[in-house]
Design a protein around this ligand. Structure first.
Ligand SMILES: *Cc1c(COP(=O)(O)O)cnc(C)c1O
Length: 382
């Protein structure tokens, strides 16, 4: 009988990375008594989000999902409408469409970036224009921190006058042809959930160049209260604003954003160098049109091996996960239309996300690499 090995500390997929800076800003906000969804930290956080994404307006909200919901309202989406959505995404993207009683039509990805295939999008819009069934909006997703191909996507949307909403929840700090993620649609959506590249412990931001969109979203997020002394409501609102305390944490994270991105880039490069020679392994391609923020490093390998790696990493206290399960394969969306599907299904069956947090140490990376290599080499462990 062998002694069970002493368990090493857990390595998470993408844990928050907060420091004394964020702590000080949080306590300063607390001490200022701006303990409400309004205050100077919220204003400064919004201003910085607008600056970083190169747009005029930012509205801080309770989550990225709330930002998607309000972006769709601002785009005019109503009950019974159709919205084109990439299948390969996190459920929040499609769920926001359902909140409004609209229907997503799912589109497949291109293997070149794992983002929505611009050709499938253009074909779908052309076909729908002919049938007189244009969608009310198009949502794109910047997958794992890499922008979709906005040249052809914006062309296709503009041709039919369809508003674009950019789900840049994973992509803060990424660029497409030098232009920041979040700036490509009528509205862009950022997430500051605990697992994202920068966090407020939970939060989201809607960014837009359109002053009337920003105004409408701010109004809807504060219970749609009219600016009169009594409680007057002409429309149904939501309680979606971010707390000033959390915005203070976000301010610290944004100050550190270049380091947060650089740390994830170093980790991604390390995994590529250390695992790229394994048979059949390919990493998420980096498209030549932009610079990703490297939120998560993901790779493809034979699906049996992928599942074995996840299982064996768990035994040595390392969290790794399959890539997103496409929406067209989700029971909750089984009745929805899907265009294509083979690419996103394959990404799901063979995709593996490796621990990519910005506080990951060199020692952590070595543990991950050693564990993956030992499974790939077929050795039995523990
Ligand atoms: C995280 C995420 C969201 C949701 O953001 P929350 O802040 O968690 O609500 C939406 N879309 C994508 C692609 C995401 O990764």
């Amino acid at each position: 009988m062998t002694e069970p090995a002493k368990q090493q500390p857990r390595i998470y997929l993408s844990p928050p990375d907060v420091t004394d800076l964020e702590r000080k800003l949080l306590l300063a906000a607390f001490d200022s008594n701006w303990v409400a969804p309004v205050g100077p930290d919220l204003d400064a956080f919004e201003a910085r989000c607008a600056e970083l994404t190169g747009v005029r307006h930012a509205v801080a909200l309770s989550s990225g999902t709330a930002a998607l919901h309000l972006a769709l309202i601002a785009a005019g989406v109503r009950r019974g409408d159709t919205v084109l959505v990439p299948s390969f995404t996190f459920a929040a993207t499609a769920n926001a469409v359902m909140y409004l009683g609209a229907r997503p039509v799912f589109l497949d990805s291109t293997p070149e970036s794992w983002n929505v295939d611009p050709q499938i999008l253009a074909d779908e819009l052309r076909g729908r224009a002919v049938r007189g069934q244009l969608p009310r909006a198009v949502i794109t997703v910047d997958m794992y921190g890499q922008c979709a191909d906005y040249g052809p996507i914006a062309d296709a949307c503009d041709r039919y006058g369809i508003p674009l909403i950019e789900d840049a929840a994973e992509a803060l700090g990424a660029t497409y042809r030098g232009r920041p993620a979040g700036s490509f649609g009528l509205a862009g959506v950022l997430s500051f959930n605990g697992n994202k590249i920068a966090t407020t412990g939970g939060g989201g931001v809607l960014v837009t160049d359109d002053g009337s969109v920003a105004k409408q979203v701010r109004h809807l997020a504060t219970q749609a209260r009219e600016p009169v002394p009594h409680y007057e409501h002409r429309t149904i609102g939501y309680n979606y604003r971010l707390s000033n305390l959390l915005a203070a944490v976000g301010r610290g994270q944004l100050q550190r954003l270049p380091q947060l991105i650089e740390a994830r880039r170093v980790t991604g490069e390390h995994y590529r160098a250390a695992l790229g020679d394994l048979p059949g392994v390919t990493f998420q391609p980096v498209a030549s049109y932009g610079v990703p923020n490297r939120w998560l490093t993901c790779l493809l390998l034979e699906s049996g091996l992928r599942d074995r790696i996840i299982h064996e990493l768990e035994k040595v206290n390392i969290e790794a996960r399959p890539t997103w399960k496409p929406m067209h394969l989700q029971p909750a969306y089984q009745d929805c239309v899907m265009r294509g599907g083979a690419v996103s299904a394959d990404l799901f069956h063979r995709g593996l996300c490796l621990p990519s947090g910005s506080a990951l140490t060199g020692h952590d990376r070595e543990r991950v690499v050693a564990a993956v290599r030992s499974v790939a080499a077929g050795r039995e462990k523990g």
